[in-house]
Design a binder for this molecule. Structure first.
Ligand code: PLP
Length: 391
């Protein structure tokens, strides 16, 4: 059980706003903010490199906590500046050849799909969209039928940014494993929201951001990389620098033997210490507890919204997460957002651009996105629903 009063005391932002934009960027808990400010104060006093030296043990703990959260090894974690960068670095390291196939989920994020298109232009690969099942989820059955010797990569978004959908990532992992196909998982909206176990999922790569359900600072991201990919030389890592590789001679260099091959020398260590603290904080609360409360609150919100005349809740999926999307017959999503903002209630918009193929498929331009976290309360939900009722 989560002590809601304690977590709200630890979240200064709840005094000012009812925050339902956790799929955009969540509210930082105090210990996360203090981890950053303590580090910055030391940087001010002692210098950037010297402070980094001083915090080596805490920096090691970032890897340890993230590895614990995902059931991986610390050496399989890389720290980056965003989920997109983490994803891009791995994706562009895959040695694609003409005719290779990439099987993708329809609700993939803009970064990912733009990259498929770029690689298609450069290497003449084929992009195939895995059909949805009757719940709107990426269908493992359909995927199984699409496998042939040309499939190089299965690339899936766990929780798309525009709705409550949770894709069946473990079933997909089984198919990838049975067929020995590389499996990349964009878990940007899933980390910090639900328990994740890369061994159970069976993904080779998992990428995520800090600022959303992890409640870590902006400008932080990370990835999990199965060590096997490096040992078997299945990737050709790009954008090397003095952290990811060693310069050994005029014609030689060596790569870092672990996931750090995808890191940069320069990093926002104060922010990353915040990410480490946010991970520790989530682990202490328990990802199972967090997930249970998010499901309970978002179910209530969906239920109450769907009872209001003129409101259409648009989430699809068998199992729904904390992202609640809806529209109204007589008011644009933008005006609804403004009406909520006037009452200090933060929501965001799910826009067509971010998940173009899915939105197009569902004939949608934009939706109101109210993304619930465990620190939200029934009272805040009642406030939000109250404003919507008056529209
Ligand atoms: C599913 C998904 N993937 C990737 C991203 C990109 O994350 P970042 O902005 O940290 O690069 C987002 C951001 O909204 C997302 O929702």
């Amino acid at each position: 059980m989560i002590d809601i009063n304690a977590v709200r005391r630890n979240t200064e932002g709840v005094q000012y706003v009812a925050h339902f934009n956790n799929a955009g960027s969540s509210l930082l808990p105090k210990p996360v903010a203090y981890a950053m400010t303590d580090y910055l104060h030391d940087e001010i006093r002692y210098g950037g490199y010297e402070t980094m030296e001083k915090y080596q043990d805490d920096i090691s703990l970032i890897y340890k906590h993230l590895a614990q959260m995902l059931n991986a090894q610390p050496s399989e974690i890389a720290l980056l500046q965003s989920a997109s960068l983490a994803w891009l670095k791995v994706f562009f390291s895959i040695p694609f050849r003409k005719g290779d196939k990439v099987l993708v989920s329809r609700a993939d994020y803009i970064t990912n799909y733009l990259s498929y298109l770029q690689v298609q232009e450069r290497h003449e690969i084929e992009i195939e969209i895995i059909p949805d099942d009757s719940f709107g989820q990426t269908s493992p059955e359909a995927l199984a039928k699409m496998i042939d010797s040309k499939v190089k990569l299965i690339s899936i978004t766990h929780i798309p940014s525009a709705g409550g959908l949770v894709n069946p990532v473990e079933e997909i992992g089984k198919i990838a494993k049975e067929n020995g196909i590389l499996y990349m998982l964009d878990a940007c909206q899933a980390v910090g929201q639900m328990p994740l176990d890369v061994q159970k999922i069976g993904c080779d790569v998992l990428t995520a951001t800090g600022r959303k359900y992890m409640r870590a600072p902006r400008g932080t991201g990370f990835l999990y990389l199965n060590q096997r990919l490096l040992d078997e030389k299945l990737l050709s890592p790009i954008f090397l620098d003095g952290r990811s590789a060693s310069w050994t001679d005029e014609k030689t260099y060596t790569l870092q033997p672990n996931a750090q091959v995808f890191e940069n020398f320069e990093n926002h260590w104060g922010g990353l210490l915040g990410l480490g603290k946010a991970t520790e904080y989530a682990l202490q609360l328990g990802l199972e507890n967090i997930w249970e409360r998010i499901q309970m609150l978002s179910k209530n919100l969906r239920q109450q919204l769907s009872e209001i005349q003129g409101v259409n809740v648009r989430d699809r999926g068998e199992k729904l997460c904390g992202i609640v999307t809806f529209e109204m017959a007589n008011k644009s999503p933008e005006l609804i957002l403004q009406a909520l903002k006037a009452k200090n209630i933060n929501v965001s918009l799910a826009k067509k651009q971010s998940t173009l193929l899915d939105m197009k498929n569902r004939n949608l331009e934009s939706l109101v996105r109210a993304s619930v976290h465990y620190f939200n309360t029934e009272e805040e939900i009642a406030e939000l629903v109250g404003v919507i009722r008056k529209q």
